[in-house]
Design a protein around this ligand. Structure first.
Ligand code: SF4
Length: 382
């Protein structure tokens, strides 16, 4: 069953670390964008019911209730959905109120993914977030009041000046709010962002210690161990879930399932073709007024590329990839194709082959050390 991704490229303010495709919310531009988006959505194939919907951004909840209502009407009229579908919207504290969240819940959205990032006001200020830690806490309560029973929280670690204690406090606070899902991402210093420029200033050098790499790895391991002790299963490099509430939309992506996409910069995967939409919002809006499609560089994935994709995407999941299922699906044996790579990575302690917990099959997966060095591992399989 396919997934559907919709991109909303608006935020109230640019965060200091952000290089996502997003600009400042402007009601008139957002109206034009939603009109174009609705045309794109209504042109997508709708023969099969949708299993997962993910409205990401940007901050989709910067849209007004009228804009959200109009967008969701088109989505739920154009597509049918399987009975137990998952429909997520990304939301940020500071853009949420009970009226908006109730509308989203009633319109068919059943999962909230809230970008908390930290519960420490100083850290939030460094990240340039628009909200306080108190607003972050309150947003999950409003979500529940509006009827959401499946809520995810995003956190960031490895911030300049962040201590192990402060990271532990963020994890502890997140757990105390009882979300079903927690994502923990390492901060990356993207080129030319406000935060990268800030850190280039010698006056701020003391915020990064000499042992920062080891400290960041400790923060990651602490998240794995602490969240596990609180009942959150570590199912993907950066993702943890309680009571089987993994993000099904992302699992479909890592399993190379079909995914339609709409909006600027959105990536789709349909019938072995990966496509990306143009990322310029004005060109995107114009494209529709000229009767064109906004695709850029559609790329056919060969069988060889599919095999390699399935391996490095599948290995993002902590249970790894099943060697026997792989052989059945791709008619190739992983162990003979990647003899050298598997031997070397195993010797380096980055991957392991282990018996599956639920069958007689064996799985190839990242070790605890391999989770930290996953990019180095994946490069060997491309
Ligand atoms: S809210 Fe998210 S998308 Fe928007 S500026 Fe901040 S990090 Fe970027």
């Amino acid at each position: 069953m396919p997934g559907l991704y919709i991109h909303i490229p608006f935020c109230l303010k640019r965060c200091s670390y952000c290089d996502f495709i997003s600009g400042i919310y402007n009601p008139a531009l957002a109206d034009s964008y939603i009109s174009a988006l609705k045309i794109e959505i209504s042109r997508l194939p709708n023969k099969h019911p949708i299993s997962t919907l993910f409205i990401g951004g940007g901050t989709p909840t910067t849209l007004s209730t009228d804009q959200l209502h109009s967008l969701l009407n088109t989505v739920f009229q154009h597509f049918s959905f399987i009975e137990n579908y998952e429909a997520t919207i990304e939301a940020n504290p500071g853009t949420l109120d009970i009226k908006k969240l109730t509308l989203l819940r009633q319109a068919g959205i059943n999962r909230l993914s809230i970008g908390m990032q930290s519960f420490n006001d100083q850290e939030l200020a460094l990240l340039g977030r628009i909200h306080s830690s108190e607003e972050a806490r309150r947003s999950i309560e409003i979500g529940r009041e509006a009827g959401f029973t499946n809520i995810g929280i995003d956190l960031i670690y490895g911030l300049p000046g962040q201590t192990q204690d402060s990271w532990h406090y963020n994890l502890k606070t997140a757990v105390s709010l009882r979300p079903q899902h927690i994502s923990a991402y390492e901060l990356t210093f993207e080129k030319d962002t406000e935060l990268s420029l800030f850190m280039k200033n010698p006056a701020n050098a003391s915020l990064i210690s000499q042992d920062c790499e080891e400290e960041i790895i400790d923060m990651y391991y602490h998240a794995i161990d602490y969240l596990d002790s609180k009942g959150y299963a570590h199912y993907e490099i950066s993702n943890f879930a309680k009571n089987d509430k993994e993000c099904r939309h992302n699992l479909n992506y890592w399993d190379r399932g079909t995914c339609y996409a709409a909006g600027i910069g959105a990536h789709s995967f349909v019938d072995k073709v990966r496509s990306a939409n143009i990322s310029d919002i004005n060109k995107y809006i114009q494209t529709f007024s000229q009767g064109n499609l906004p695709f850029q560089d559609p790329r056919f994935i060969t069988d060889e590329e599919a095999f390699s994709e399935a391996l490095f995407l599948g290995m993002r999941k902590t249970r790894g990839v099943c060697i026997e299922s792989f052989a059945k699906r791709y008619k190739k044996n992983l162990l003979t194709i990647y003899v050298k790579e598997i031997k070397e990575l195993t010797a380096m302690g980055l991957i392991e082959i282990s018996a599956s917990e639920c069958s007689y099959e064996s799985e190839l997966r990242l070790t605890r050390r391999g989770l930290v060095l996953s990019n180095e591992v994946f490069e060997r399989f491309i």
